[in-house]
Design a protein around this ligand. Sequence first.
Ligand SMILES: C[S@@+](CC[C@H](N)C(=O)[O-])C[C@H]1O[C@@H](n2cnc3c(N)ncnc32)[C@H](O)[C@@H]1O
Length: 343
Amino acid sequence: MRHLSVPSKETAYWRAELENSNWLSIGYGIHNLGEFRGIPLNDSAPGKIESFAIVELPPITTGPSQWTDRLEHGLFEKFRDLWPMSYDQIGEIIILKIPNEIKKYSDQIGEAILGQHPKINSVYADNGISGDFRVRQLELISSVGKPSTLTKVKEHGSEFFVDPTVAYYSPRLANERLKTVETAKRLAGKLGRKIAVCDPYAGVGPSVIHLAKLSEVVENIYASDLNPAAVEILKMNLPNYPVMCEDARNLSKIFPKRCDLLLVNLPHDFSNHLPDLLGLLEKGHSVVIKGWTILLADAFESTKQEILKNLGDCLVEDFSLELIKSYSVSEVLASVELHLILS
Ligand SMILES: C[S@@+](CC[C@H](N)C(=O)[O-])C[C@H]1O[C@@H](n2cnc3c(N)ncnc32)[C@H](O)[C@@H]1O
């Protein structure tokens, strides 16, 4: 099969050019020719493309099983244990943490990942989450054509927009969002009516998007976030409900005693914010606070006491604090579910 031999650094660009011209042979792999890559051409491709050589090579029909197989063998062996094998795929974007020792090979990493995942548009290095808005510091390392930042994700049958360069979103908490759906269903069953939900730290809305589909369970949704960029995307994802850009601690003045289910996804400050959020909940019947908090791995009991203290004077019907995963060497992320009656 004919292959266009291009400089390895320009592989992503030329692959996209060939695809746009309908000259790419789809379904075949790209040859690693040292400093060059051989991109498979179909029968419509002309005999001359720019000044690149066109070489006859066997077609690669079964691609490498993982992206690291696409790295030059010597390079792979040299840093064998350092290549990141886990990454987040968010729509058409892949994000991964690259250890400092191999940062200078970011181009090769990006190219290998794009080669392995034909539907991915851009690869970003994750330099950690920072700031109150919990936005990841992302560094573009490779893309096919114009890099995408706004992308659509599918999660448990729902589709929504995210832009990890401007607003928080973690695909790793998708299971937690399913549990929130179950909590909402149980609360509606217990109250014998549809419920109102408030998500004051909604981000782009991954939790409330699932709830908005439950027309038998959810009557109203109040979603808000302090990050204006997150709110712009939230409005796109949740067009039929009021969306605000507000500090959560002020929301109960705008929507007093309005909800039955309150989501509190601010894990570093769950407990501190609680007193200012209680005014959002309806009084006189069972309501639920579902939240997430970061705590020291051996501090479950003291964290429970601290949370109870911040609830003030109310009847606690049920209280669970459950480990989700470790967060750092000494800390863990846990989910909180509180069933209360406020008077
Ligand atoms: C951990 S993220 C959760 C986002 C979203 N619920 C999710 O699951 O993807 C916390 C969110 O709280 C927002 N935030 C931080 N401080 C806030 C505040 N005082 N009031 C409202 N939102 C705040 C951040 O912008 C961020 O989107």
